[in-house]
Design a protein around this ligand. Sequence first.
Ligand code: URA
Ligand code: CA
Length: 441
Amino acid sequence: MRMYDIIIKKRDGKELTTEEINFFIEEYTKGTIPDYQVSALMMAIYFQKMNKRETVDLTKAMVNSGDTIDLSKIEGIKVDKHSTGGVGDTTTLILAPLVAAAGVPVAKMSGRGLGHTGGTIDKLESFEGFCTNLPIEQFIENVNNIKISLGGQTGNLTPADKKLYALRDVTATVDNLSLIASSIMSKKISSGAEAIVLDVKTGSGAFMKDLDSSFNLAREMVDIGIGMNKDTIAVITDMDQPLGFAVGNILEVKEAIDTLNGNGPDDLTELCLTLGSHMLVLGKKAKDTQEGRNILQNIISSKKGIDKLKEWIHMQGGDEKLVDNPDLFPTPKFVTAISSSCEGYVNRIHADSIGMASLVLGAGRETKESPIDLSVGIVLHKKIGDFVKKGEKIATIYANDSYKQTQATAMIINAYDMIKEKVYKKPLIKGIVTKNDSIRY
Ligand code: URA
Ligand code: CA
C-alpha cells in the first residue's frame, strides 16, 4: 500500500477502505509517512469529506494507535462527560461530585491543556496538597470506594491524534466535522468511557459558531459513539456568553462550591442538572431524565453533593476545609470593579473577548510551558438581558499585575454590547441529539 495512492483516492472524492485508514494512521504514528503527505491527505479530507463508516474507522484506528486505559475493575457503568469547550465552564467540578453521589462511578482523566483558564486538574490544585498523579491502582480503588477519582493522563493515549491535531492546526485543516469528531471521541474512548454525554457548545464563545454546524458536529460524534458500541447522547448548549459568572481558576472553584450548595448561577445550575440527568440515565441510576433531575436536586439540597466534593478532595490529599471556608483561598493583589459608562440592556457579551481577558490576566496557558496564576480572573455581574444603570458594576477583575489589569479591563468593557431596547434572555439548552433523533427546542 502506498500513501500516494491513498491521497489520490481521497483527492478524487472516493471512499477510503478500513485497511487504507489503518495503514496511514499506523505508519504516521510510527513516523514512516512524512508530515507533508499526511497534510495533503488532511486537505483532501477537508474538501471531499469522509462518510460515517470512514469516520468510525478513523476513530478506531486512532484509539488503537496507543494505549487504552482499562477500567474494567471499576464496578458500574463508567459514564463520561465531554464539553467542546467554552468560556468559564465549571461544570466538571460540579457534575463529578453530583453524579458520584448518585452512584455513577466517576473515573475522570483530565489534562491541563491550553485555554482561557486552566483545566479541571489546575482548578483542583487550588486545594493545597491535591495530588493529581495517583497510581492507577489507587485511582481505581478510590472510584470503587467513594465513586470518584481524578487521574492525570498516564500512558501513551491516542498518539496518532496528538500528531494529527498538531499538524491540522498549522495546515488549516482543523475545521472538518469528521476530523474534529474522531479526534474528540478517540480520546474519550481510549480513556475508558463506556457511555458518553457530550455538551456541544454553540455561539460566539464556542468552536462551532452557528446552530447548524453544532448539530452536525453533535450528530457526527453521537454516530461515532454508537458505531463503537458506546451509549452516547449530545446536548447542544448556548455559549453566546460565558457560563455562570466566574472565569478563572479559584474563582470558578468558588462558583462550583456555591452551585453545590444550591446558590449557583441559574445557567450553570441548569446545565449541570441537564447533563447530570442524562449521565444518570446512561449510568442506569434513573429511568428517565425527569427522575435524574429530581435525584440531583435532592443531592444538592441534602448537601450530599458538597460532602462528596470534600470527600474527594480529602482522598486525594487536598485541604477540604477550604470548601467550608472559601474566603481562605488566596486573593490577588488587585480586586477592582468595572462600572458601566452607559445605561441599557446587555445585548451580547463576547465570550471570546472575556476568555482573552482571562488569558491576559494569567489564568490560562498560551503555551504548554506557561505557568498559570490560580487566583486571577473575572467575575461578571451582568449577563444578557440584564438592565444596567450608568455607573453600575458590570464586572470585577482579579489581577496580580496592574498593566495586565488595565489591558483586561479594556477588553471586558469592549466585550459588553448594550442597547436601549429590552433584551430577552435566550434559552440555554438548544436541543439534543440521540441515536435516532435530533430535536431542536
Ligand atoms: N478538539 C479536539 O480535541 N480535536 C479537534 O480536532 C478539535 C477540537
Ligand atoms: Ca463560570
